[in-house]
Design a protein around this ligand. Structure first.
Ligand code: PLP
Length: 427
């Protein structure tokens, strides 16, 4: 492909970096085939749910004002419920982000005097303020909800003995974060989450289990809701929005939990009956339709990145050959300069804002400075090719997304090029 090489060179990818990438790809063919098989299953699952619920053009007409009798909105929630195999779902553009969706799920189902338990260690940065681990106005702690945590064992396994001891009469809800977030522990498989849920419910059958499913949707053929989660929660500017949803979040779960979430999102007495879809429905449907193959593209990018960086001596989580349960690839770059160079490469490959230079900044909700590379059609969308990370040891960059595999590939090649250009990688 002489033509491609020439074009890539004008875009900043040297022939040596391209050749290095091609060599890494040679051994990834079987893994990419396996990813395509999962995507094929999930694609069929989504189409079947849309067919069963008779999705039609009428579903795309938006409502305004109160949004009473919004057929598109109500049908989309049924489609989500069918894909997640749950009784109900709340899928709304009024849910501002993943943190908001998780906040709704928590605050709708926890009352003063209840305790929330995380059996998988510290939750994602923004959740710490929601819970009140870091004091914040309107946190669950302010409303008299207590919090308890059991850390993972040194090897990353669940501390079953510790969890058994931590579950007490006040324990009302368990929160399980599937993806590692800005941590360097492994992401849990759906099967592992299932084992943990079974263990907890065996001790206390009426526990409500919430799973933070951010970045995990469609990576496997099963979702946490298939293994006993009462609420499975995520963001529409991540996997299930397929890159087209401009905003939104979802909660799929039991009718009882979801109905409470509806009241928390709008108001007691109103619940899921209100909430106009203001013309966003087509992008939410079409994004969900595309999500299985978009997730596959992103996962290929993550595997490619690990297979480029690990042989160069950078610790990758997951490792180059490890199995995957989300679309995130952490690469420990060891320095702030490394993070800036890597993110600079991802930014330079973007279709939007490619001329910008990502720099560390004080982002709301985070304790450390954060750097973010995102040249996205939807602002802040991390199902689109993006890289970010907190400026703290081990200076890991969290790389994710890519609406197409070709774009993900270009971004990773350019990130490596920038590392070489900055003298941080010897080639
Ligand atoms: C992205 C993410 C969230 C929510 O983040 P938002 O930026 O509010 O959408 C929560 N938990 C995990 C593990 C995440 O990756």
């Amino acid at each position: 492909m002489e033509q491609l090489l020439e074009l890539y060179e004008t875009m900043g990818v040297s022939p040596a970096v391209y050749a290095y990438g091609e060599k890494a790809l040679e051994k990834l063919r079987d893994r990419f085939d396996a990813i395509d098989k999962i995507a094929e299953y999930n694609q069929a699952k989504v189409i079947a749910a849309m067919q069963k619920n008779r999705v039609s053009a009428a579903c795309f007409a938006g409502t305004t004002g109160y949004g009473y009798d919004d057929v598109g909105r109500d049908t989309l929630e049924k489609v989500y419920a069918d894909v997640f195999h749950t009784e109900a779902a709340l899928v709304r553009p009024q849910i501002a982000c993943g943190t908001h969706a998780l906040t709704i799920a928590l605050s709708a189902n926890l009352l003063p005097g209840d305790e929330l338990l995380s059996p998988v260690g510290m939750p994602y940065d923004t959740l710490q303020e929601v819970i009140g681990i870091r004091p914040s106005p309107c946190s669950l702690a302010e409303y008299g909800v207590t919090y308890n945590q059991v850390d993972l064992l040194p090897g990353g396994a669940f501390d079953y003995e510790g969890i058994r001891k931590a579950i007490n009469p006040k324990t009302k809800m368990i929160t399980i974060q599937r993806s590692k977030g800005y941590d360097t522990r492994p992401t849990f498989s759906v099967a592992q989450i299932g084992e943990l849920i079974a263990f907890c419910k065996n001790i206390k059958p009426d526990l409500i289990v919430m799973v933070d499913n951010c970045y995990g949707e469609f990576v496997e053929t099963m979702e946490p809701s298939d293994v006993g989660a009462d609420m499975t929660v995520g963001s529409l500017i991540k996997n299930p929005g397929g890159g087209l949803a401009p905003v939104g979040g979802y909660i799929a779960g039991t009718a009882k939990c979801i109905s409470r979430c509806g009241y928390r999102l709008s108001a007691p007495g109103l619940g899921q009956e209100v909430g106009a879809s203001v013309g966003l429905m087509q992008s939410l449907y079409q994004g969900f339709f595309l999500a299985p193959t978009v997730v596959a593209a992103a996962e290929k990018g993550a595997i490619f990145a690990a297979n480029l960086y690990e042989p160069l001596g950078f610790k990758c989580i997951p490792g180059a050959d490890e199995s995957r349960h989300d679309i995130i690839q952490a690469v420990e770059l060891g320095s702030e300069e490394g993070m800036i160079a890597f993110c600079g490469g991802i930014q330079a490959a973007a279709p939007v804002d490619s001329f910008a230079t990502p720099m560390p900044w004080d982002m709301p909700g985070y304790d450390d400075k954060v750097i973010m590379a995102a040249g996205a059609f939807v602002q802040g969308s991390s199902i689109e090719l993006s890289a970010d990370g907190p400026i703290r040891a081990p200076y890991a960059v969290y790389f994710q997304g890519g609406l197409t595999w070709c774009h993900a590939k270009l971004g990773i090649l350019l990130s490596l090029q920038k590392m070489i250009d900055a003298g941080l990688v010897k080639f």
